[in-house]
Each structure stands twice: as C-alpha cells, then as structure tokens.
Design a protein around this ligand. Structure first.
Ligand SMILES: Cc1cc2nc3c(=O)[nH]c(=O)nc-3n(C[C@H](O)[C@H](O)[C@H](O)COP(=O)(O)OP(=O)(O)OC[C@H]3O[C@@H](n4cnc5c(N)ncnc54)[C@H](O)[C@@H]3O)c2cc1C
Length: 422
C-alpha cells in the first residue's frame, strides 16, 4: 500500500474540493493523509467572507466541506499562514504534494485619477467588511451620501449594489457582521448605480442573480428598456444561451419597473469611468459614453472589476494568477481554484477543476517521501484544529439562535481563538 501526504494551502471551496477528489480516489492500495492549512482562524474561504449574507442557501455548501473534514485522515491547521509562518519550500520538502488553494483576495484597480480618494473602495475590502472578515473590520464605509456608484458588470457588483440598496432591516436575520448592520441602518444612500463599460449583451452577470432583483421587497430596480432593445439587436438572431438568458432577465426588469420605494438600483451601460471626482473625498464619477461625457454625483464608489491573487513567496505569479500548466506549478507544487484560474465561475466550478488537478497529481506520484509533516514546523503558532473550529462554529451558531440568525460571526482573531481554544 502507498500512503501519501498532501498539504492543501487555503481552506476555501477549491481546497475542500481538492481534498474530496483525493478522498474519492482512495483505494486499499492508495491512501492520502491530508493537512489543510488556513491563514484565518476559520475555514470556508469566500463561502464565509464573500458570498452575500442574504443568500444563505449558497452557504449550505459548507455542510459538504464539514463532511470532507470529518474523514479520519483529514486535519485542519487554521490560524497558520503559509509564506510567513511557514514557507512553501518547507512544505514541499515534507509533503509528497503541496496544493495552493489560496484564492484571489486583492481587488483589481481601474488606474484612473481619483481612485485613491476617501469614499472610493474596492469590493475586495467592502465585501469582507460586511462579512466579518477579521482583517477588514476597520474599513471606513461612508454611507452618509444619497448616491453610491458600483463600477463593474459581474455578480460581485450586483451583490454589492444589492447590499447598499436593501432595506437594512432585511439584514437582521442574516449573518452580516453586526458592525456593518449598524452602519447600514444609518445609511443615507437611496440611489445605487451599477455601471458597466460595455453593453448589456457583454455583461458578466448571471441570469439567476438578475432574476432575483425584481423580488426585492423594498427596492426599485431600474434598467433603460432602450438599452436592452439595442443590445438584443446587437446580439443578433442567435445569441449564446447565457447572453439570451441575461437579456431576457434584463428585459423583464426593464418592462416591469417599480418606482414606489425609497431606494433604487439603477443599471448604466456603455459608461466607461474616466475619473473619480473630488478633492477631500469622492464627489462623483466622470464617464465617457457614446453620447459624450457625463457625471454621476455620488459620495461612495465601490470598484468591483475583478480580483487578483496575493503573492506568496516561492510561488510564481503572472497576471494575478499562479503560473501553471493545467494546475502543475513546479516539482511537487500544484494549484487549484481562483489562484489557478482567476476569479471566474461559481463555487461548483472549483470541484471539476480540483478533480482534474488531483488526477494530474496522482499521475505524477513517485514513492511516498515519509518526510514528516507540518507538525514538525509549527513552533509558536496557536493552531485552530478541526475540533477547535467546531467549537467556534457551534458557539457562533448558538449566538445566532436567539436572534433568528444562522450565526453571529466573531470578528476578532483573539475572540475566535478564545472560542475555539478555551
Ligand atoms: C463577493 C463574492 C460573492 C460570491 N458569491 C458567490 C455565489 O453567490 N455563488 C457562487 O457559486 N460563487 C460565488 N462566489 C465565487 C466563490 O466564492 C469562488 O468560486 C470560490 O470561493 C473560490 O474558491 P477558492 O478556494 O479558490 O478561494 P477562496 O474562497 O478565496 O479561499 C481561499 C482561502 O485561502 C486562504 N489563504 C489565502 N492565503 C493564504 C496563505 N498564505 N496561507 C494559508 N491560507 C491562505 C484564505 O484565507 C481563504 O480561506 C463569490 C465570490 C465573491 C468574491
């Protein structure tokens, strides 16, 4: 029998699906010990700190993650950062294979003047702020203005715009960070613009996200019907299935607009941002459009135009992703998920992607190294193992019960460690 040790760096969907793929191919003769290493005291990656809190169903995939973690040869080492606490090279020496699954956590920038003004925030900072990520508690989100602009044409832009345009009491039964709910409740924002550089036929929204918008109980959603009519013509007689489905969803919104609510989400197409205006803070966005330059006055801009990977020493990067060929990086180093592909696809996309990389790993395998594991490398780190994480998880869920929430997330590392390790 051959028993291999595998280190997976990052406890997001891609990391768990890689572990699952390894578990699925185990036989009497082929076994894997899996050590999953996570920099935060909590696992689940963007399922905890990215997915919108008003979409609790999507977060139920965490049950799958916990099942994977319950396997007897799976161990969690959370609160351990690779690249700082322990190097990738050290892991490569110890393990038969190392799989990088660290996602892409940095927001892409527009590269236009005014982007650094107070009140201009990346979705990569705003989203983890409302989702209680311990590193983003201090982000300043000024909601004292009547208008906010979200720049971007993907599902993250929709999530962000929806969070800004929701009637804030809708967040009470969710696991939105308490500090964010408090700020949303003081929000003066009543108009939220989502601006896309190109036409509706090119938008990267997915139609289920669009189809949900008319169901918002306290928010108007406004799309110019003429924008959609023109896009339908441009898309031609046989548009791709996804494009058609998106255009149908947008047409439905355009044809059945409500206007009775205080809050409105507006879609702008063919608006290319040229400058974020303001002196002390954001005062507006200057756009170039086919009809000439226009300015939207606003006090808050959220930039949601994509993500890139944060680099880790010892791992090669290019264009915001880990340099790889089908998931193989170098020697016994591999990559899966957003760190491999960039920020595209849904949670499930990471499953097939990880399974393909695991196939590659198995084909590359030589005899097991038997060189020890991460325990030999941990010196001063306080480690949150699966048992400690379960204590944190149970405590958060229990704290939510009396409030009608799925959980109340603890936002500080020391609080999380106390819950897990006391
Ligand atoms: C705002 C937002 C909303 C989304 N909503 C949906 C949705 O509704 N439905 C859907 O299907 N998909 C959604 N997605 C996409 C989905 O979240 C991704 O497909 C998925 O999370 C990518 O998985 P990943 O494991 O590659 O990365 P991540 O989920 O980012 O996980 C990476 C993990 O690695 C850890 N890590 C990073 N660096 C280190 C290090 N040096 N050492 C140790 N650990 C490290 C991170 O802390 C993190 O836990 C959303 C994404 C975003 C950004």
């Amino acid at each position: 029998m051959a028993a291999y040790t595998i280190a997976i760096v990052g406890a997001g969907p891609a990391g768990y699906f890689a572990a699952q793929a390894l578990q699925n191919v185990e036989t009497e003769d082929l076994k894997f010990s899996i050590d999953m290493i996570e920099r935060l005291p909590t696992p689940w990656g963007l399922v905890r700190s990215g997915v919108a809190p008003d979409h609790p169903k999507i977060k139920t995939v965490s049950k799958v993650f916990e099942k994977i973690a319950s396997h007897k040869t799976f161990r969690l080492f959370a609160n351990v950062e690779i690249g700082t606490d322990i190097s990738v090279a050290q892991l490569q020496e110890k393990y038969d294979a190392v799989i990088i699954a660290t996602g892409s956590s940095l927001g892409k920038t527009l590269g236009i003047p005014g982007e650094d003004l107070p009140g201009s925030i990346s979705a990569a900072d705003f989203v983890p702020w409302y989702n209680a990520h311990p590193d983003y508690v201090e982000v300043n989100v000024p909601l004292d203005c009547d208008t906010a602009v979200v720049i971007g044409a993907g599902n993250v832009a929709i999530d962000v715009a929806r969070m800004l345009a929701l009637e804030p009491s809708k967040l009470d039964p969710t696991d939105t960070a308490d500090h964010a709910i408090a700020v949303f409740k003081t929000s003066a924002v009543r108009d939220v613009y989502i601006s896309a550089r190109r036409g509706p036929e090119h938008a990267a929204f997915t139609s289920p996200e669009l189809r949900e918008l008319p169901k918002l109980e306290h928010t108007n959603v406004a799309i110019n019907k003429s924008d959609i009519d023109a896009a339908i013509v441009r898309a031609g007689a046989e548009p791709e299935k996804d494009v058609k489905s998106n255009l149908d969803a947008m047409l439905l919104i355009a044809e059945s607009q409500k206007s009775e609510h205080e809050r409105t989400m507006h879609f702008l197409f063919q608006h290319t941002p040229k400058q974020i205006l303001g002196t002390e803070r954001v005062e507006g966005v200057l756009y170039s459009t086919p009809k000439g330059d226009v300015t939207i006055k606003c006090g808050l801009v959220i930039i949601a135009i994509g993500y890139q990977a944060a680099s880790i020493n010892g791992v090669p990067y290019e264009n915001g992703k880990v340099v790889n060929t089908g998931g193989r990086v170098k020697e016994n180093l591999y990559v899966v998920g957003w760190a491999k592909r960039g920020p595209s696809g849904v949670i499930g996309t990471n499953k097939s992607d990880a399974a393909a990389v695991v196939e590659l790993i198995i084909n590359d395998m030589k005899s097991p190294k038997n060189a020890g594991d991460i325990s030999d490398l941990l010196t001063n780190q306080v480690v949150v193992d699966q048992r400690a994480w379960q204590k944190i998880n149970e405590a958060e869920v229990a704290a939510g019960e009396s409030k009608g929430k799925p959980r109340v997330k603890s936002i500080r590392r020391d609080e999380l460690l106390k819950l897990g390790l006391s």
